[in-house]
Write a protein that binds this ligand. Sequence first.
Ligand SMILES: [Zn+2]
Length: 244
Amino acid sequence: MKKRILLLTAWLMILFPATTLAQKKIPILVYHSIAEFKGTGQKELYVTPENFQKQMEYLKANSFTPLTFERWEEAGRIAKPIFITIDDGYKNNLSVATIFSKISGATFQPAATLFIISDFVGNRNRLSEKDLRQLAASGMFSVQSHTATHPDLTKIANYEYELWESKRKIERITGKPVIAISYPYGNANRKVINETKKYYQFGLTTTPGPFVKRNKPNENYELPRTYVKYSTTLEEFARIAAGE
Ligand SMILES: [Zn+2]
């Protein structure tokens, strides 16, 4: 009986691949600072290097495959895909490279997407051009856009500067294509999405929850992301990674 069900399932997967894909949950995580919290800024936007390392070790031990958006199409075929994204381009993101190098191995290749505010590159507490070039060249990081000046995109008029200039500047720094943007404050509307579509293949919000493909026209421009916070426990992290 069990064998029959398995056979039937296999047939259904061959006949209706879109249907099986439609149920797949793809978690996209969002981080900001990977550092000890020392009293400045919002505590929940920090994750300590110790916790971040434990979370990455969890992904390694549980056979997850970290992906960046260049490999988006593979997510539907991979057993346990996960996207790690880090916003705002803080200098402390360099600790991620250290942790990635430590846990990288034959069975686990860590990867993350850094969403950079292009006009802030080289500022105090932010990654420099040299940092970004090295991170991109390491093969463990995809450097993408978080606009030029971090405005609420639903409240501005000069989209060309925020969307196109930031993309151009980051591409000049890393020598690699910029195909994704994370909207500051997670805010986007129809106008923002239409402008984003001119330059990017992906737009990321901060609406929580895993991505589930439904073949809606703008779904790649309304990608959800779930915060990993200072207070997130490893048990909670496991549930987020499972797409719950
Ligand atoms: Zn931001």
